[in-house]
Design a protein around this ligand. Structure first.
Ligand SMILES: Cc1cc2nc3c(=O)[nH]c(=O)nc-3n(C[C@H](O)[C@H](O)[C@H](O)COP(=O)(O)O)c2cc1C
Length: 318
């Protein structure tokens, strides 16, 4: 998730051992194929077998409307060690859509087939190519054709966020449509959208009939959610309920952040904690929302951290 699930956050989400894989933030392919430098910067896991330091496999997500450039970018990613490529047909951001990327492609189903097909043909057969999409641009029924086109192009699976682009993040989320697409296709369909509790997960499972699920904001807001869902799926042993130690989580993130800290980091943390406040149990967003650097943010939540940060982090970082 762009702006939040960077490498440190992926590592943190990997600590619970509950996820099968994580997907990188989208990497935008605009006028040129994505460079090796950019890939390595955004997906540093490429240097370590495409896994987080906590062992979670990471896939590279590409976004763009030019099939040739997307294919070239995927080849570069694979040459660096990418083990799976996900293609983004869901991003609703106006700037992205104006530049022929993300959800805008949902208006041109044949282009989805072309892009998936070009990437599929360009990378080795053992590297799965998947597609992530919304239901449509402005009508939900578009999912049937778009999902078929992605499958025809060779997608190994499709992840569906059950909203249209014009909906943004507004309710409702149309889980039953995911179920209809699942029945129509012969490839796995991953259900996504508004799974924030185990109860919502169960409703989503019942309404979609899916066996695969993607957790977004719910997992960010409640770092224990993935483990509880995995337990409910029979994939993990039940664990005792635990409260979330937010400062400890931030310290973990800091540990996995190269060079300790930066101003951009505070922005990312706030993006995360905003989601945690909206969907989870983080109650102190108002206190930290004006923090301009990680140290300030940390010290608001835990004064003991302030001393540690002052000791451990190079002053130049701030
Ligand atoms: C801040 C933010 C950034 C996102 N960035 C991406 C992205 O880079 N790639 C992607 O496929 N989806 C992205 N999404 C969409 C999510 O993957 C997901 O489809 C959506 O949030 C619905 O699922 P959820 O209710 O579990 O969060 C983003 C969503 C948010 C809120």
């Amino acid at each position: 998730m762009e702006g939040v699930t960077d490498a440190p956050m992926r590592a943190l989400q990997g600590t619970n051992g509950a996820f099968t894989f994580a997907v990188s933030e989208f990497l935008r392919v605009a006028h040129l194929p994505i460079s090796r430098t950019s890939l390595l910067r955004h997906v540093p896991e490429l240097r370590s077998g495409c896994r987080t330091p906590t062992g979670l496999p990471v896939q590279v997500q590409l976004l763009g409307g030019d099939a040739g450039l997307m294919a070239e970018s995927a080849v570069t990613a694979v040459s660096l060690g990418a083990t799976a490529i996900d293609l983004n047909f869901g991003c609703p951001a106006p700037t992205v859509n104006r530049h022929d990327g993300g959800a805008t492609l949902l208006r041109f189903p044949h282009r989805i087939r072309e892009i998936v097909g070009a990437v599929r043909a360009a990378v080795p057969a053992n590297v799965p190519v998947s597609a992530k999409m919304r239901l449509g641009w402005d009508h939900v029924d578009a999912i049937f054709e778009n999902a078929s086109m992605a499958a025809e192009g060779g997608a190994a699976w499709i992840t569906i966020h059950a909203r249209t682009r014009t909906q943004g993040y507004a309710p409702p989320v149309y889980w039953p449509l995911i179920g209809q697409v699942r029945k129509q296709l012969r490839i796995p369909v991953v259900a996504n959208g508004d799974i924030r509790t185990v109860e919502e997960f169960r409703r989503c499972r019942d309404e979609t009939g899916c066996r695969h699920f993607m957790l977004g904001r719910g997992a960010l807001a409640d770092p224990n959610l993935a483990a509880r869902v995995a337990t409910d799926l029979g994939l993990a042993e039940p664990r005792p309920a635990s409260t979330i130690d937010w400062p400890a989580q931030l310290r973990q993130l800091m540990e996995w952040t190269p060079n300790g800290a930066s101003y951009g980091l505070a922005k990312r943390w706030k993006q995360w904690l905003r989601i945690a406040a909206a969907y989870g149990t983080f109650t102190r967003f108002d206190e930290i929302k004006r923090a301009t650097c990680p140290l300030e943010l940390l010290s608001i939540l835990d004064e003991t951290i302030r001393d540690e940060c002052l000791r451990d982090i190079p002053r130049s970082s701030f």
